[in-house]
Design a protein around this ligand. Sequence first.
Ligand code: KIV
Length: 262
Amino acid sequence: MSVTDFLKAKEQGSRLSMVTCYDYTFARLIAGTAIDAILVGDSAAMVVYGQPSTLSATVDLMRLHTEAVVRGAPASFVIADMPFLSFRKGPHAALEAAGVLMTAGARAVKLEGIDGHEDVVKRLVESGIPVMGHLGMQPQSVHSYGGFRVQGKDAGAAEDISRQADLLQSLGAFAVVLECIPAWLASKVTTNLKIPTIGIGAGNGCDGQVLVLQDLLGLNIDFKPKFARPFLDGANLIAAALTDFHQSVSDRTFPAPEESYL
Ligand code: KIV
């Protein structure tokens, strides 16, 4: 997969699948599947480190996770999130941050919003760094929303998201994530754009879908938004395996002779 394959997929009407990943072991498993792209999301701050938002993710943290994922999935199309404020301090600082992520092995970066950093997107694209946009609910703006809330519900807000999507496309973004917006709005944006849209909580009309890996695997026991379908009963399977291990240690059936060095 590459940037041009993303555009080709849109032209051909084939849907794109993307999952988040933060570590080497899961990256290896994803690399063995047909998943189209891996996102090293700044959701790492929440999913891996238990923070209440993505704001604590830093460029250095994203570099470490990007390196781990790329080691596990060297042939995959890996996109790294530009963390909070790393692209809001002007084109020079943004180029430095994106450079760290690209030299860590990412093939593209993703950044939230567009208003106020149009020059940054343009400069990154001109510098040969593919940029994926992210509109709708932008988790790095959680405090200005007053919580993680669906965006674009009224006509004005919907119009504004459409405008931002057009702007991202005109500045050279190769795709855009649409997060937590009404399905009708995501479909409209998708129809209007030549670049693919990747939805999360944005209905079935997008050109692709992304999920946080831990949600997809049913590992997140206390976060169950309606868009995050668990494709595995992961939490219960893991609990059962751990209980089995504990029981096998307690009743001395683990390790068996064939699991021991003689
Ligand atoms: O950081 C992340 O996981 C994301 C996805 C929700 C798209 O940005």
